[in-house]
Design a protein. Structure first.
Length: 382
């Protein structure tokens, strides 16, 4: 099966109208002027990811406990959708990313990543499946699994996982290493990898390890830790990912086919116990790719969005990333691929920011990872 080139934009700028009953806006200072934040929806239970439906239909939001909900353009949180798979909602596991097919208007396919049980000793791993959103937006029909992380090694940690389609229709899955450090270097396992498959789960024939004995052919790159951010660079078409370091060493990578990104042999971090990582040989190790960008002190990053909308020109060529531990929105100013400046925003909210997306209207949309989580709308006062 050959991939097709799909249009990267599914939605029009008129997708999400202003909400008549939205909570009052709050103003926060920034280098580019006043940032205005309004709450679109509340009462979401540990929301993890969002996807904008075309033509103003609303936003799909995943909750880690296992529910997929529709948030209407007016901010109303709907009941759980039917047809969502059972998830392993333990520790960091549960229902994770949500992504629309690049041809959603024709096929209405929705992709989900989630933690799936069934491993030896009660362990779990990341799975990805897809189903067709019903015409009434009430359920996923004919849901089927297209990918399973093997073996299942997580006792509750480090599932990843973000989903990205590239311009040619390949599906990338950014996976965690299940908190099992050495597995990131094991090519017969799917822990700590970026994998690349076709929309139906088929392995592309030009993947870098296809035909190698005792190597998983899905693997695109390896040596990753716990990847919770991934996005396609709109100016180059390249995949960018980011991952949690241990204590220090959160990093951004631009994964290339067949390359090794170091974990746990090359790292800027140490163990949470303040002891060195046992396998670590330094921050740079020959034959392994250094991080594209690194934080020596971990913000605990999650979610990633390139800003490529003309609405707020001061944010042009910025990369926005949520921070869980730091409870901030990070703005990285880019010149080409190079990070030339960093700004921390919205720290006054004291909110764990789990996901960041640019809406088709040019506003930023954030999910806060709380038991009573919120969907926020963020823009500049120009």
């Amino acid at each position: 099966m050959s991939p097709r080139t799909w249009l990267p934009t599914l939605m029009t700028a008129a997708l999400l109208p202003l909400l008549a009953h939205a909570a009052p806006e709050r103003d926060f200072n920034s280098e580019e002027g006043s940032v205005k934040v309004s709450t679109l929806a509340e009462g979401l239970r540990n929301p993890w990811a969002m996807a904008f439906l075309p033509d103003g239909q609303g936003i799909l939001v995943s909750e880690r406990a296992g529910n997929l909900r529709m948030v209407s353009p007016e901010g109303k949180v709907g009941p759980p959708l039917g047809g969502v798979p059972e998830v392993w909602a333990e520790g960091q596991g549960g229902l994770l990313d949500v992504l629309l097919s690049p041809t959603f208007k024709q096929d209405r396919m929705v992709y989900l990543s989630y933690a799936e049980g069934g491993g030896d000793g009660g362990t779990a791993g990341t799975a990805v499946g897809r189903g067709r959103l019903s015409r009434d937006n009430a359920k996923l029909e004919d849901f089927n699994v297209i990918f399973r992380q093997q073996p299942k090694l997580s006792s509750g940690n480090h599932f990843g996982s973000r989903l990205v389609f590239d311009r040619d229709g390949y599906l990338f899955i950014a996976l965690g290493e299940n908190n099992q450090r050495p597995t990131s270097q094991d090519l017969d396992k799917l822990q700590g990898k970026v994998v690349r498959i076709l929309p139906d789960g088929t392995v592309p024939k030009d993947n870098p390890f296809v035909g190698r004995d005792n190597v998983r052919p899905e693997i695109w790159s390896f040596g990753h830790r716990n990847q919770q951010g991934a996005a396609l660079n709109p100016w180059t078409g390249e995949l960018w990912t980011h991952e949690h370091g241990p204590r220090g060493g959160d990093e951004i990578n631009i994964p290339k086919p067949g390359k090794n990104y170091g974990w746990p042999i090359a790292t800027h971090g140490i163990n949470y116990s303040l002891m060195p990582i046992p396998e670590a040989k330094g921050e740079h190790v020959d034959g392994m790719v250094d991080p594209h960008h690194v934080w020596e002190k971990s913000p605990a990053i999650s979610g990633m969005a390139f800003y490529d909308n003309p609405r707020f020109k001061p944010w042009d060529h910025s990369l926005f990333i949520g921070a869980l531990a730091a409870q901030e929105l990070i703005r990285l100013e880019l010149k080409g691929d190079k990070v030339v400046h960093e700004e921390r925003l919205l720290g006054e909210l004291k909110a764990r920011i789990r996901d960041v997306r640019v809406g088709p209207d040019g506003y930023l949309y954030l999910l806060t990872d709380e038991r009573d989580g919120a969907l926020l709308k963020v823009g500049l006062d120009l």
